[in-house]
Design a protein around this ligand. Structure first.
Ligand SMILES: Nc1ncnc2c1ncn2[C@@H]1O[C@H](COP(=O)(O)OP(=O)(O)OP(=O)(O)O)[C@@H](O)[C@H]1O
Ligand SMILES: [Mg+2]
Length: 385
């Protein structure tokens, strides 16, 4: 373990040692990744449940930085069933985007690496573990099977190309076989209309800076949906928008989902949006899942003190209170996580065993699980009652 002073200061020598060590670790991962002609059997796997589109199984994604190892995602497991929306909530920095980037395999490499666990992607007749799938295969899956609506539309669009050219490129790359240029153009304009852009032929000729934020977000959505993906990852797709546009975009996503029966992994810290969109909810805290269940479980019977705090900190129409609740304290440093429950230092509902090791997952019902010592009573070591 690094010899670190309390203020987080690292000596030049220590920092050099860490970066040497990091290079050694990441080189080994990169070497494994860059092999050619990897046999399909190596990354073919079986879904635990064929009704799931994606299964995250004990995913660990770390960033090997010069300041130390950031355990951005540290043992995350949850399922995304076919045709359902799974909402992922948690405060800033808890690992929501890193979880979705791990699924897309778009982590900032070489420092970002999946070091353990699996992500199983259902392809109908077979399933792949994307953490082991070579890049040339992933390139076909991205866009066709899984696609992502990125957090910031301005960085997802290229400022020097017209909107039309950018959508055409997506279609040509993933779905363009046998299509003429004119057919691709028609499909692009159709997509712009589908996401509710009125002047679609005009917008087709415009540059990203000529559009409003809401229009840009719609363009990004149109690009993500160009090839009817089975799994759509929406990373805060509406955070930068005003509420009326937000409602329209949510409607649009819901309609599209129903039309092509795809699954949505919906990332946000807006609980109102989750209540409206999600069938299932996963609550993350500091790189771990602390609670998961159906939307009803989480909204009506929140169990983890963090979820209870989240629910208490949202305003409710018609309920008069002086001051909204806010959870005290802050998230632990991701480089130096405690070896007990990560939420303990902020928790106002502690019980005696909380100082012990990180609590295991306790099953409260068929759909609802929580990692908290308050629910250990009467459960065995695996959390079953
Ligand atoms: N490229 C990177 N290098 C080093 N650390 C990173 C990198 N990307 C993310 N992290 C770290 O991983 C952790 C999780 O980040 P992530 O982007 O997943 O948060 P998030 O839950 O999406 O937050 P937000 O709600 O603000 O989008 C953070 O502590 C962040 O500092
Ligand atoms: Mg994010």
């Amino acid at each position: 373990m690094a010899n670190r002073k309390n203020d987080g200061y690292l000596s030049a020598r220590e920092s050099r040692r860490i970066s040497r060590e990091n290079r050694r670790i990441t080189n080994a991962y990169e070497k494994q990744r860059k092999r050619r002609n990897v046999p399909e059997a190596e990354y073919t796997t079986a879904m635990r449940d064929p009704n799931n589109a994606v299964e995250f199984d004990n995913l660990h994604t770390y960033f090997f930085t010069d300041a130390g190892t950031v355990k951005a995602v540290d043992g995350v497991s949850f399922d995304v069933p076919i045709g359902k929306t799974v909402g992922v909530v948690g405060e800033s920095g808890c690992g929501k985007s890193v979880t979705s980037l791990s699924l897309m395999q778009l982590l900032q490499r070489p420092q970002g690496q999946v070091v353990d666990g699996a992500i199983r992607l259902n392809l109908g007749d077979k399933a792949y573990d994307v953490t082991k799938t070579p890049n040339e295969i992933l390139q076909h899956l991205r866009g066709n099977t899984i696609s992502m609506i990125f957090q910031e539309p301005m960085t997802a669009l290229n400022p020097v190309f017209r909107i039309g050219e950018q959508i055409n490129e997506v279609i040509a790359l993933h779905d363009g076989e046998g299509k003429s240029e004119d057919e691709i153009r028609k499909r692009s304009i159709e997509l712009l209309e589908m996401v509710g852009i009125a002047n679609s032929e005009g917008v087709y000729m415009m540059y990203p800076h000529e559009l409003s934020g809401g229009m840009r977000q719609r363009v990004v959505i149109a690009m993500a949906l160009a090839c009817n993906p089975r799994v759509i990852i929406a990373d805060e797709p509406t955070t930068a928008l005003d509420v009326t546009i937000q409602a329209q975009i949510l409607d649009l996503l819901r309609q599209l989902k129903d039309r092509i029966n795809s699954s949505i992994m919906f990332i946000t810290h807006d609980l109102g949006v989750i209540a409206e969109m999600a069938d299932y909810v996963v609550v993350m805290y500091a790189g771990r899942v602390v609670e998961k269940g159906t939307a009803e479980d989480i909204f009506y019977h929140p169990a983890h003190p963090y979820t209870i705090g989240l629910m208490a900190s949202k305003p409710v129409v018609g309920k008069k209170i002086d001051k909204l609740y806010s959870i005290p304290g802050k998230v632990p440093n991701p480089i130096n996580m405690p070896n007990y429950c990560y939420f303990k230092d902020r928790c106002e509902m502690q019980v005696a065993p909380c100082a012990g090791e990180y609590p295991c997952e306790i099953r409260l019902s068929d759909t609802h699980t929580v990692s908290c010592y308050r629910y250990y009573e009467g459960k065995d070591g695996e959390g079953n009652g």
